[in-house]
Design a protein around this ligand. Structure first.
Ligand code: SIN
Length: 308
């Protein structure tokens, strides 16, 4: 039987499938329910130092079947309430806080607080595509220097996964900057900057106007960006693991990302209305590996690189 185990920054995960930030993770109760699924780790909704109310609705709309546009506005109760409410210390599944901030100092403060609350690793969101405030008018993950500063600040407190945006010309350059600054892993991709219009109402479909696109339609873009990062790391002699995401809805999609060189993956949009899909994806990966005769993930990770 296939061995799905994987380690990241010294942490052990039963399988490479993580729950992506922002989906089914906004309360301790929902996370508890998700921890009973066959999942390697759970990532929380982004946490900021101060509470954020989020944008007015509509905040998420399905544009074509399986593909969604959203602009939630990073709603969260703020750091203090998060640390009080969420138990990061025990439980069968690792809970990874996702942190969002406007400056390196804020990232360091968040990282220090969640480390004190028991987090072993955190993901930093450098890539929400529609922030109200952003580093020098750009997303942090659109500027290698800014991204590196945020990673350096946060990773001085605990191991860090840097979550990158696809909305750049060269995601490999940003990933290399983050890895050299101390990131333990890179996760990619966050949503694509997007807009949709209601022609009847003659207005943007989302309350915020702009949004980010996720779900089935973006999978080929996520795969391409994952491969770009893996290739950039190979060229730079870096062995930083990549966590691939974007449009994963079944085991074949997980295999696609691992064939591109991803160590782990995150699943989000496909679980809307169907959280149990996580179990099917994990079981399906095991079956796919058995059928192919693979005993471990290493045996097929990055196989697609020989085509490029
Ligand atoms: C949101 O809360 O608006 C989305 C967050 C993100 O895309 O990073």
């Amino acid at each position: 039987m296939a061995n799905l185990q994987v380690t990241l920054a010294g942490l052990h995960f039963d399988n490479p499938i993580m729950l992506a930030s922002g989906i089914l993770d906004s309360t301790p109760g929902i996370l508890r329910r998700m921890s009973r699924m066959k999942v390697g780790a759970l990532i929380t909704k982004s946490i900021s130092i101060n509470p954020r109310p989020g944008y007015p609705g509509p905040t998420a709309v399905e544009t074509t079947p399986g593909t969604w546009i959203n602009a939630m506005g990073l709603p969260n109760p703020g750091l203090n309430e998060f640390v009080d409410e969420f138990n990061l210390e025990d439980g069968s599944v690792t809970i990874i806080p996702n942190l969002v901030a406007d400056t390196p100092d804020e990232f360091a403060e968040l990282a220090q607080s969640v480390a004190a609350a028991g987090a072993k690793i955190a993901e930093i969101n450098l890539s929400c595509p529609h922030p109200k405030a952003s580093y020098k008018g750009r997303l942090t993950a659109q500027d290698p220097g800014a991204a590196a500063e945020a990673v350096e600040a946060a990773s001085s407190k605990l191991p860090i996964i840097a979550k990158l945006t696809p909305n750049v010309t060269d995601i490999g350059e940003i990933a290399v900057a983050c890895a050299r600054a101390g990131a333990s892993a890179i996760s990619a991709i966050n949503t694509l900057a997007a807009l949709d219009i209601d022609p009847e109402l003659e207005r943007p479909i989302l309350g915020n106007g702009y949004g980010g696109l996720s779900g089935a339609g973006i999978r080929p873009i996520g795969l391409r960006k994952t491969l770009d990062i893996v290739q950039a790391f190979a060229e730079a002699n870096l062995d930083t693991p990549v966590i691939g995401m974007g449009g994963i809805s079944d085991a074949d999609d997980v295999a696609r990302y691992i064939l591109c060189g991803a160590h782990l993956v995150q699943v989000g949009t496909a679980l809307v209305g169907n959280p149990e899909q996580l179990n099917d994806i994990t079981d399906g990966l095991s079956e796919w590996m058995d059928r192919k005769g693979y005993k471990s993930l290493e045996e097929f990770r990055g196989r697609i690189l020989e085509w490029f």
